[in-house]
Design a protein around this ligand. Structure first.
Ligand code: A2P
Length: 270
């Protein structure tokens, strides 16, 4: 019976070439829209904190793969992912049902632009995220290099409601006791806002930048190209609008080959 159930969600298909088959070690559901999971890490799998990788399930001859930011730092023994559950989403419809011991497929080559190397040196690093867009920053705030490169690090996270902030809030609270980055991360500022229910800090980050409220709340000057660097991760609309806001402050988009003052990534699945 247990075997049949596993077959139902996991299938019984050969692992495609060039793909790692890893075991789920933890699953935690936050809301009916959000969950995280951890998997074993192949010894040969290297990535830079902030990069993403293609994830799939062994449930078809040609499995569906989607881009997922690795939410754990590059030094971690396991790989962590933070996911939305899309009703009828080709991957997440099945992925949301995984259990400890199940198999998750991982393509070999990580990539991405939300990496420290794609930014010119600066004083402050702003990480702008909405929803599951916090995932690459969950990796970067646990990487000592982030604090070596920047004097101040600000992580903004905007969600529809308070329950959706929990993943980031738990992470930041636990970071303070982390033996590797705990001391360096004491300077990390975590600015959470919600848009669809009552909370101390309300509103889209784009509006809060336009009004200047985020800068007043944090006691920081408005963003300027000399001191500030930005990374953006969220929905397409959020990327577009936050990018326009940073350009309005005089920042310029960079890439791995041409570092500049801000970088953009997508955290979309399905
Ligand atoms: P809102 O509730 O006003 O749509 P989602 O879960 O849909 O990705 O949304 C996550 C958060 O991102 C929500 O708080 C949402 O606000 C906000 N958001 C959506 N679109 C934008 C945008 N274009 N710019 C900034 N924030 C946005």
């Amino acid at each position: 019976m247990a075997f049949d159930k596993a077959k139902e969600t996991q299938g019984n298909f050969p692992v495609p070439a060039g793909v790692y088959a890893e075991q789920v070690t933890l699953v935690e559901h936050y809301t009916d829209r959000l969950f995280r999971f951890r998997i074993t890490r192949p010894a040969a799998f290297r990535f830079r904190s902030g990069e993403f990788v293609m994830i799939g399930l062994p449930n078809a001859e040609k499995p569906v793969f989607r881009a997922y930011s690795v939410a754990s730092p590059s030094w971690d023994e396991e790989l962590e992912f933070y996911s939305i559950k899309v009703p009828d989403g080709p991957l997440t419809e099945h992925l949301q049902k995984i259990r400890v011991g199940d198999t998750v497929l991982l393509r070999r080559k990580p990539t991405g632009t939300l990496v420290n190397d794609a930014l010119l040196p600066g004083k402050r690093l702003w990480m702008f995220s909405t929803g599951t867009g916090i995932a690459p920053f969950a990796s970067l705030i646990r990487d000592p290099e982030t604090y070596e490169k920047f004097e101040e690090v600000i992580l903004t996270h905007t969600c529809r409601d308070v329950a959706e902030l929990k993943y980031g809030q738990t992470l930041v609270a636990e970071l303070k006791d982390d033996p590797l980055v705990g001391d360096a991360a004491k300077g990390l500022r975590h600015y959470c806002t919600v848009t669809r229910e009552d909370y101390g800090f309300r509103g889209r980050i784009t509006d809060l930048m336009a009004s200047g409220k985020v800068f007043d709340d944090l006691g920081l000057p408005p963003i300027c190209p000399d001191d500030d660097r930005g990374m953006i991760c969220g929905s397409m609309a959020m990327l577009r609008d936050t990018k326009a806001a940073l350009e309005g402050f005089g920042l310029k988009e960079g890439s791995n080959s041409q570092p500049a003052t801000f970088v953009v990534e997508r955290a979309f699945v399905d």
